[in-house]
Design a protein. Structure first.
Length: 208
């Protein structure tokens, strides 16, 4: 992880030299990270589409074996195996962010700002005093997860409510630079999901 932290610092230095503002530099660095992970996102998107198309069959299995949980589990796993589906893929966008988030956190703890760390109303080296960024972190996390969450899966529905609240609570204590990175990453992911064929809009149709 140390190499990734060092790479983050170098990237932030470069973008600050280009933009002259640390907030803009963080956003640009976030965009580069999203572009680097784009091939993985394409693969994950295809898997999500397949899972959405299987929802009617999964619902039918739940009704058929509602009194036999073990049989339901076996039939569900067999259905996934038949269509070469990994159900954990719905959490991939969030999991992809974690190594970069941890590296960003490590970098900003000791980052030597060479100019003003101001961006809009924020001092990027301190938590947001108005709690606007924590609210944005929670809201964008919710909408980003909602695009890839199956409403028929109880576990995923619970995560959809729990994870944004947890991120928002943690963000109250995070320095604003880290929260800005998280919010920007979520926004880029949301936009990406709408632009990549077979994602948000089509998923909504598939669930009808």
């Amino acid at each position: 992880m140390a190499w990734l932290t060092g790479l983050m610092r170098q990237g932030l230095d470069v973008f600050y030299q280009l933009a002259g503002n640390y907030g803009i530099a963080i956003i640009l660095l976030t965009l580069v990270i999203k572009l680097v992970t784009l091939p993985l996102t394409f693969s994950q998107t295809k898997m999500q589409k397949k899972m959405q198309l299987l929802n009617p069959e999964l619902e039918a299995l739940k009704k058929k074996y509602k009194n036999n949980p073990e049989k339901l589990n076996r039939e569900t796993v067999e259905l996934w195996r038949k269509h070469n589906i990994n159900p954990a893929t719905g959490c991939l966008p969030m999991l992809l962010q974690l190594p970069f988030f941890i590296a960003f956190f490590s970098m900003l703890r000791s980052y030597p700002y060479v100019g003003p760390a101001q961006f809009l109303w924020l001092d990027l080296a301190k938590p947001d005093p108005f709690y606007i960024m924590p609210v944005l972190a929670a809201a964008t996390t919710y909408f980003q997860m909602k695009q890839t969450t199956s409403t028929s899966d109880a576990t995923q529905k619970s995560m959809l409510m729990f994870m944004p609240l947890m991120i928002g609570a943690f963000s109250i204590r995070f320095v604003a630079g880290l929260t800005l990175y998280w919010v920007a990453s979520n926004i880029f992911t949301i936009i990406q999901q709408y632009l990549v064929p077979g994602t948000a809009a089509e998923k909504g149709d598939a669930g009808r």
